[in-house]
Design a protein around this ligand. Structure first.
Ligand code: ZN
Length: 449
C-alpha cells in the first residue's frame, strides 16, 4: 500500500507549454500529483528515466466502422492500433458504421459495440444528414460531442451529404443545443462536375482525381460554412483542411468573433501530390494531397498557431477497395491513427515544432475545443491517460508494425520517431512494448464537461 496506485518516476513530462522533469502519481485513475521526487509509495512504480511522458493522443477524427462494417476496421483492431501509437481517446465519426450514428438507436448500438471491446475512451459524433433534423435532440441527449456534416458526396449510400438547407437548419438547431458542427468542406457542384467530366473522357489517373478537387472547392465550402455559423451562432469546426488559404479564412472569421476552428491531418503536412502519384490508391483521400507549395504554406499556418489541432482522419478499408486503375472512382481514405503523433515527431525538430506543441496539437487543443475537461493534460485532477515514449527511437514504418484490421497505409515507408513503451488509460496499462496488455478492455464513452 502506498500513497498512489501508480507512480511514474523521473520522466520528462510534456505539457502544452513546456517539458519538465517530474514524477507522476496516479490514484483512482486520475493524476493525483506531479512533482519532483514525490514521496509516498505506490502499488506499481515505473522508472521512466530517459523517457518522455505525453498526454495520451486525443484524436477528434477517426472512422472505426463499428458496428456494421467491421470487415473494414472495427473497434477491437482500431483501438489497439490507436493505443499502440499512444492514443487514449478518439472521436468516432458517424460514418462508416452501419447503421451510421444518426439517431438515438444507432448511438446506443455503437456504445454497445464498444463495451468490453474498446481499448481506449471515445466520444461519438452524431450525423447531420437530410431528414435527420428531428433526431439531433436525441443524439444530444445521449451525449454526442457534436454533429458531423458533409458538404460533398460521402461515398457511403446511407450517409447523405447535407444540402445547404439541411446544413443551415442543422447548424441553427446545433446552436440551440450548444453543440458544435464539424464540416467536411468541399463544394459538391465543382467536385462532382469535374469528376464526371474526367470519367466521361476516360481520364482515370491519380492526376485526374487530384485535378477534380481543386483548392477553390475547399475555399468555397469553407466560406459558406463560416457564413452559416456566423448567422446562426453555431460553433463550427472545419475538419481536415488541406490548404493555407482555407485556414486563413477560418482565422479571419475567428478574428471577427465567429466561433470557428479547424484541424489538418498528417497526410496534408507530410505527403504531396507527387506522393499520391507514387503511392497510388492508398494515398487517395479527400480533400486530396496537394502540391509541395501548398504543403509548405500549410506548415507556416501550423507554426503560426492558426491550425491548433492535427487529427488522423483514420479512414480504413479492405485492400480490395484500394486496388485497380481507376483513381477517380476508387475508395478514398487513409489509415493513420496509429502513426498520428510519431509521424509528426519525425519532422518536429526540423520544422521547429516543440514537443510541447506536438502535445497540444495531438491532445490538449482538441480537449479544450470540445469540452473534455478531464483529458489532454498531465496535471492533477485529469484522467491518467499517458503515453510513455522513447524519443531516441527512430524508424521507418513497415506494414508489419500496423495493428489495423488491414495493415496498409500511405505512411508505410515514412519516417517515425518515438517508440511507445507504454500507454496508460486512466492509470491502467493498455499497451506494453507495442502489444495490447492483458486484462479487460475498459474504454468508455466520454461526454462533454
Ligand atoms: Zn473523415
Amino acid at each position: 500500500m502506498g500513497t498512489f496506485d501508480v507512480l511514474v518516476r523521473g520522466a520528462r513530462v510534456v505539457g502544452p507549454d513546456s517539458v519538465t522533469r517530474a514524477d507522476i502519481g496516479i490514484l483512482d485513475g486520475r493524476i493525483a500529483a506531479v512533482g519532483t521526487e514525490l514521496v509516498g509509495g505506490a502499488g506499481t512504480e515505473f522508472d521512466a528515466s530517459g523517457l518522455h511522458v505525453f498526454p495520451g493522443v486525443v484524436d477528434p477524427h477517426v472512422h472505426l466502422n463499428d458496428p456494421g462494417r467491421t470487415d473494414w476496421e472495427g473497434l477491437a483492431t482500431g483501438t489497439a492500433a490507436f493505443a499502440a501509437g499512444g492514443g487514449t481517446c478518439f472521436f468516432d465519426m458517424p460514418l462508416n458504421a452501419s447503421p451510421p450514428t444518426i439517431d438515438g438507436a444507432s448511438f446506443d448500438l455503437k456504445v454497445a459495440a464498444a463495451r468490453g471491446v474498446a481499448l481506449v475512451d471515445f466520444c461519438l459524433w452524431g450525423g447531420l444528414v437530410p431528414g435527420s433534423l428531428d433526431r439531433l435532440d436525441e443524439l444530444a441527449g445521449r451525449g454526442v460531442i457534436g454533429f458531423k456534416a458533409f458538404m460533398c458526396n460521402t461515398g457511403i449510400d446511407d450517409f447523405e451529404r447535407a444540402d445547404d438547407q439541411t446544413l443551415f437548419e442543422g447548424m441553427e438547431r446545433a446552436a440551440q443545443l450548444g453543440l458544435p458542427v464539424a464540416v467536411h468542406a468541399e463544394n459538391e457542384a465543382i467536385t462532382q462536375e469535374l469528376a464526371a467530366r474526367a470519367q466521361a473522357h476516360g481520364r482515370h489517373a491519380m492526376g485526374d482525381y487530384l485535378a477534380s478537387r481543386p483548392v477553390a472547392a475547399e475555399l468555397d465550402a469553407v466560406a459558406l460554412a463560416i457564413a452559416i455559423a456566423e448567422e446562426t451562432g453555431c460553433s463550427l469546426h472545419l475538419v481536415h483542411l488541406s490548404t493555407a488559404a482555407a485556414v486563413l479564412r477560418v482565422d479571419d472569421a475567428r478574428a471577427r468573433g465567429v466561433d470557428v476552428t479547424c484541424e489538418t491531418c498528417p497526410h496534408y503536412l507530410l505527403l504531396t501530390d507527387e506522393d499520391a502519384e507514387r503511392i497510388g490508391a492508398l494515398a487517395k483521400c479527400s480533400p486530396p494531397l496537394r502540391p509541395r507549395a501548398e504543403v509548405e504554406a500549410l506548415w507556416l499556418e501550423l507554426l503560426a498557431g492558426t491550425v491548433p489541432i492535427v487529427a488522423s482522419d483514420h479512414s480504413p478499408s479492405p485492400p480490395e477497395l484500394k486496388q485497380g486503375e481507376d483513381a477517380v472512382s476508387i475508395w478514398g481514405g487513409i489509415s493513420g491513427c496509429q502513426t498520428l503523433r510519431s509521424s509528426l515527431l519525425a519532422v518536429s525538430d526540423r520544422r521547429g515544432v516543440s514537443l510541447a506543441a506536438v502535445a497540444s496539437l495531438t491532445a490538449t487543443a482538441a480537449c479544450e475545443r470540445f469540452g473534455l475537461s478531464a483529458k489532454g493534460r498531465l496535471e492533477p485532477g485529469f484522467d491518467a491517460d499517458l503515453a510513455l515514449v522513447d524519443l531516441r527511437h527512430e524508424s521507418v514504418l513497415a506494414a508489419d508494425d500496423l495493428l489495423y484490421r488491414h495493415p496498409h497505409s500511405a505512411f508505410v515507408g515514412a519516417p517515425l520517431r518515438g517508440r511507445v513503451v507504454q500507454t496508460l488509460l486512466r492509470g491502467q496499462v493498455v499497451i506494453r512494448d507495442g502489444v495490447v496488455a492483458a486484462g479487460p478492455r475498459h474504454g468508455r464513452l466520454i461526454t462533454r464537461g
